[in-house]
Design a protein. Structure first.
Length: 143
């Protein structure tokens, strides 16, 4: 008796059963940009911003179709951040980002792929689509 699939993926329109023997690794693909974005975020014009959004949407669709998508999201400006330090007896709440920096995390993807090579290939595609640098880091387990 073979291993029963625990997840069924869509790979380019084909249904593929992922078995427990197939080891996938989760990676964070983090997009960094200016901590103080301009009128059109990190883009030079409204047209460039809209093109990037369309290309990023198409990239997201490919991630989903290939079964790599777990989660993704964009973040508001760092000025909207709040830091909470609950290590003491009374939590300390501070407005603003944890670190003062010229660049900040602007958005991210969490992907599930066979290996680092696939993650790096996807990060290059993501970088081109969103027109930003993408940092790739493996998760050290998921809860």
């Amino acid at each position: 008796m073979g291993t029963a699939p625990f997840v069924v993926l869509m790979n380019g329109g084909r249904r593929t059963a992922r078995t427990e023997e197939m080891k996938m690794t989760q990676y964070l693909m983090a997009v960094h940009g200016p901590a103080e974005p301009g009128e059109f975020g990190s883009y030079g014009s409204r047209e460039e911003m809209e093109e990037s959004f369309a290309e990023t949407g198409a990239f997201n669709d490919r991630l989903k179709a290939d079964g790599y998508w777990l989660f993704a999201g964009g973040l508001k400006e760092v000025s909207t951040a709040t830091v909470v330090d609950g290590q003491g007896e009374t939590p300390v709440v501070t407005d603003g980002p944890y670190l003062e920096t010229k660049e900040a995390l602007g958005g991210f993807w969490v992907i599930d792929v066979p290996d680092l090579d696939v993650a790096l290939k996807l990060a290059a595609e993501a970088s081109k689509a969103c027109r930003g640098k993408v940092e790739v880091r493996p998760f050290d387990g998921l809860a």
